[in-house]
Design a protein around this ligand. Structure first.
Ligand code: G6P
Length: 611
């Protein structure tokens, strides 16, 4: 979950690294550091806290050199401190390593190295890597690449590594095993490594998505790839299609606010380019496969899991398939009795979440097909799946997911309609009508965004309490969970999402005149609306502070809600895609009122690449 950037070329690497690390700060931000090769020596600067601290240190103690690695950290092993910040070095200070991931057997490796006389400074797992390389060189490895291979043959776990050495002053080494790492090809011989494309987006137009177990040697104007046996492998250079502007803040006060506002455009584009209905891109699984399919298992983590819960409801309604959902971190450790005929649908913004990847690897070992819903081309998930439905949301920088979530919802809507049609559960007329209604969703969100001032005013009235309850039913039960998650992620107010029908089984005990209760009660054509009204009456009877989400023109709710967030009408099945945007804004303005760091909430990381 840490961020890695490295550079080799003709320029001074330091400002390039700092700019890249700034774009990666969302991956982790409790400390940062860089190592630069200067006159055949390694010079390191590290600081605790945000990147600005490192910039200040570099202003006092400048560094310059054209081969360097940088890192922004999200602590796993060892507290955030200067000592534990990366890069980490060997005893002689001639090898510096930055690392994302976990070296699982670091305890035993460290003990063995200490027994040989190696001196460790930090509590991190990472520090074993430079010492292993140093030990391999002492034990007779004939060059640095061989020493790195020898080290990696001993390390177990998931990692992406950037390595520089005073003994190879023109080379930047990179290798990955289960953690993301790309090589960026820039102008004028510039070569970069980065744990995520946005870090180097303004500098590169082509990239190599490094495969597991491949060691890259980058020099000014060249990249050489070898496998762990030392044999050369060809590099597959791919164009980078994202625009640099997509990863910029575009004048908004935060990335999150910008990404909330991008949603109408992102969803319109997804409707246009999706490969299911005429977009034409290659999809991977044929409609015949879906005709015979019996069962679907959807897995994901965090917000992506909530999208999966919503997807289940749509698939059940439109396709006649038996559908289950599970958290990837639970799925991988239970005994789910999945037969090879089950389709696995992992949902992930990053495509790098460790539990989600482990789950699909397990499912593939059982013979299942995997259809990923994912936002990042070239990510591990997309490369390991049989088919991918891209969410096309562009880089999402704010740690709390917004546009990626609504794009995941939209992708599920398209998929459910398409599978339903393929299986003969939806006729051509119904299909057209559903697609027409779905096409109205981006406009509805657009209208809702125009009302953000009234949502801000409501959020400002209710942000102070220690806790909030979010209630919803059926399609909007996942919306309640996601609304509560947004609130706790960015405002740090404890928030609980609940199926409204379950309220009497516990949360009702919490209700008093101080508890804000967000009730998602948009107008539906089925019995759920009436049931929500009953639940709101129960809250009202206990003097709870009701904040209702209601459909434009619904005057009934005003009788018992303290505050109402009105949302434009869309049909029941698609209402969660609009409703959640109201809750994103509600959480956003609550967080603003509480003065938190919205784009980089404490303790959270955007991409959880460790278990
Ligand atoms: C982290 C992020 C969440 C995200 C979850 C799953 O917790 O902070 O926003 O929903 O990981 O990530 P993924 O990339 O798999 O969607």
């Amino acid at each position: 979950m840490c961020g890695i950037v490295g550079y080799v070329g003709k320029k001074n690497a330091v400002p390039l690294l700092i700019a890249g690390l700034k774009r990666l700060e969302y991956r982790g931000y409790d400390s940062a550091g860089i190592a630069v090769v200067v006159e055949n020596k390694i010079s390191v600067r590290k600081t605790v806290g945000r990147l600005t601290n490192l910039e200040a240190r570099l202003a006092q103690q400048p560094l310059a050199g054209s081969v360097a690695v940088g890192h922004t950290r999200w602590a796993t092993h060892g507290e955030p401190s200067e000592i534990n910040a990366h890069p980490h070095c060997d005893c002689a200070g001639r090898i510096a390593v930055v690392h994302n991931g976990i070296i699982e057997n670091y305890h035993e490796l460290r003990a063995a190295l200490e027994a040989k006389g190696h001196k460790f400074l930090s509590q991190t797992d990472t520090e074993v890597i430079p010492h292993l390389i140093e030990a391999a060189l002492r034990d007779g490895a004939k060059n640095l690449p061989d020493a790195i291979r020898a080290a990696l043959n001993q390390a177990r776990g998931a990692y992406a590594l950037g390595i520089v050495s005073a003994d190879a002053p023109d080379t930047l080494f990179a290798v990955r095993q289960g953690s993301p790492l790309i090589i960026g090809i820039g102008e004028d011989g510039d070569r970069f490594i980065a744990s995520d494309v946005p870090a180097v987006l303004n500098r590169v137009r082509e990239a190599i998505y490094l495969d597991d177990g491949i060691l890259a040697e980058l020099r000014d104007g060249s990249v050489r790839l070898t496998n762990l046996a030392g044999a050369e492998v060809p590099a597959k250079v791919q164009p980078v299609t994202l625009s640099a502007e997509a990863a910029d803040q575009a004048g908004f006060e935060t990335y999150m606010l910008k990404e909330i506002h991008e949603q109408p455009r992102v969803l319109r584009r997804l409707l246009e380019v999706n490969p299911l209905f005429g977009g034409g891109a290659n999809f991977g699984l044929k409609s015949d496969y879906f005709r015979k399919l019996q069962r679907v298992m959807i897995i994901g983590c965090g917000t992506a899991y909530h999208a999966g819960m919503y997807g289940r409801l749509l698939l059940e309604q439109f396709t006649g398939l038996a559908v289950e959902t599970d958290l990837a971190s639970e799925f991988r450790y239970r005994d789910p009795h999945i037969d090879p005929g089950t389709l696995i649908i992992p949902v992930s913004q990053s495509g790098e979440t460790a539990d989600t990847l482990a789950s699909i690897r397990l499912a593939k070992s059982w013979g299942c097909k995997v259809l990923a819903i994912c936002n990042v081309p070239g990510s591990s998930l997309t490369r390991e799946s049989d088919a991918v439905l891209f969410t096309e949301a562009g880089p999402e920088i704010g740690v709390a997911s917004t546009k990626a979530y609504t794009a995941q919802q939209m992708a599920f809507a398209l998929l459910a309609i398409w599978i339903g049609s393929a299986r003969g559960m939806i006729d051509a007329t119904a299909c057209r009508s559903l697609l027409a209604d779905l096409a109205g969703v981006p406009d509805a969100i657009h209208y809702l965004l125009d009302r953000k001032d009234s949502i801000r005013a409501i959020a400002q009235k209710h942000h102070e309490g220690p806790s909030a309850l979010y209630l919803g039913r059926k399609f909007n039960y996942p919306t309640a969970l996601e609304g509560a998650l947004k609130n706790k992620e960015i405002s740090y107010q404890h928030a609980e999402g609940y199926a409204a029908g379950e309220m009497k089984h516990g949360p009702i005990a919490l209700i008093n005149e101080y508890l804000p209760v967000v009730c998602i009660c948009t107008k539906t054509s089925d019995e759920v609306y009436e049931k929500m009204i009953s639940n709101m009456r129960e809250v009202e009877a206990r003097r709870g502070r009701i904040i209702a989400l209601a459909t434009d023109g619904d005057s009934q709710i005003a009788r018992f809600a303290h505050d109402i967030i009105y949302v434009p009408y869309v049909r029941d099945e698609f209402s969660p895609i609009v409703n959640v945007v109201a809750l994103q804004l509600f959480a956003y303005y609550a967080a603003q009122a509480r003065g938190t760091d919205i784009d980089k909430p404490r303790n959270l990381a955007k991409s959880v690449t460790v278990e």
